[in-house]
Design a protein around this ligand. Structure first.
Ligand SMILES: Cc1cc2nc3c(=O)[nH]c(=O)nc-3n(C[C@H](O)[C@H](O)[C@H](O)COP(=O)(O)OP(=O)(O)OC[C@H]3O[C@@H](n4cnc5c(N)ncnc54)[C@H](O)[C@@H]3O)c2cc1C
Length: 314
């Protein structure tokens, strides 16, 4: 018997949760699903699991990772789950890490394939997507997260039995919780949808230096991205960060200016169809990854490109 933590939004299970369900089906045995919080009952209607557990509690309106972990562990114990599978989303991964600590079991994150057995054999994505690891998981109860969009999802379908319950939560389970959400600035093209992204790294030099990056992005109808060095310096918000711990994007053209090309940065932009690098250092790692490279000072190169685009009527 395996338990899958299913996340949901707007009354339906998320795609990554359906992918987790599909991977869990490959483990053999009955699959139970667990949905938590407001909207769970509605979303449960489209979850193709033998039994779907719906946790309802007045305190579950905002994400609280320890509360989720407590609920996951409680249901897993109650049904005698041999494996707990969850999507590799931020919230589910957070909750699963805490569940692993509670259960004293290892967590294998970002799995893309699992062969049942004892030990379980699994393939998982490591190092920001730069390598695949073949591993054996020795555990009393296997805890797995599934790398997003690497596994075909289960088809939404008719539910089996739906069991709604009110979990018992301790005060400590609600200490860590989402208190507020800050919406990204309105207007412009979003980083996720932009066909052209102009990214600035530490080489931009300052928050003000991003004026040249913004100008070029605007002329190309694109969005502005940045490296972690930039967000750590407080020059741009984290919502602009590209990389392993930021946005993972796949634009038509990615223009990396003053970015060295660290593995963790490339993890976020390697899906780009073309990469153009502007860097003063011809030996910077980004130069060997880029399809096109300009060796030069971005403060001269970017205004020159913008001026040329303007001259051509952009
Ligand atoms: C767990 C972990 C997660 C991480 N996640 C991320 C992530 O999500 N995203 C991310 O970006 N990083 C991430 N990092 C950090 C990453 O390792 C690098 O430190 C970071 O990407 C470096 O940013 P940078 O390229 O802007 O700066 P640097 O490495 O300092 O590079 C600056 C570049 O600018 C060039 N330059 C300087 N002046 C100019 C100029 N005037 N004109 C043109 N070029 C110039 C330099 O030659 C250099 O190549 C992570 C690290 C860890 C450990």
């Amino acid at each position: 018997m395996n338990l899958v933590l299913v996340e949901h939004a707007d009354g339906v299970a998320t795609d990554v949760s359906l992918q987790a369900l599909a991977l869990a089906e490959g483990l053999g045995g009955d699959v139970h699903a667990l949905l938590i919080g407001p909207g769970a009952a509605q979303a449960a209607q489209g979850v193709p699991a033998a039994v779907t557990h719906v946790a309802e509690h007045g305190a579950l309106g905002a994400f609280a990772p320890d509360a989720w972990a407590a609920i996951v562990c409680g249901v897993a114990d109650r049904i005698g789950a041999t494996a707990i599978v969850a999507p590799g989303s931020e919230h589910a991964t957070d909750a699963m890490a805490r569940a692993a600590v509670r259960l004293g079991e290892p967590l294998a994150a970002n799995c893309i394939a699992v062969t049942p057995g004892d030990p379980l054999e699994l393939t998982r994505v490591r190092w920001g997507g730069s390598l695949l690891e073949e591993a054996r998981l020795h555990a009393g109860r296997a805890l797995l997260t599934v790398a997003p969009h690497a596994v075909a999802g289960a088809e939404p379908g008719s539910p089996g039995t739906i069991e709604t319950f009110t979990p018992e939560l301790a005060e400590a389970d609600l200490v860590v919780r989402v208190r507020d959400r800050v919406a990204p600035p309105e207007g412009g093209v979003s980083l996720a949808d932009a066909k052209v992204v102009v990214t600035g790294g530490r080489g931009v030099g300052s928050a003000e230096g991003f004026a040249a990056v913004e100008e070029l992005a605007a002329l190309l109808g694109g969005a502005v991205g940045c490296s972690r060095a930039v967000t750590m310096s407080g020059w741009r918000p984290h919502t602009d960060q590209v990389g392993q711990t930021g946005n993972k994007i796949a634009p038509e053209i990615y223009i990396a200016c003053g970015v060295s090309g660290a593995t963790q940065h490339i993890a976020g932009c390697k899906g780009a169809k073309q990469i153009l690098a502007v860097n003063t250092d011809p030996e910077a790692p980004i130069m060997s990854i880029a399809d096109y490279a300009v060796v030069g000072d971005l403060h001269e190169v970017l205004p020159a490109i913008s001026a040329e685009l303007r001259a051509r009527g952009r």
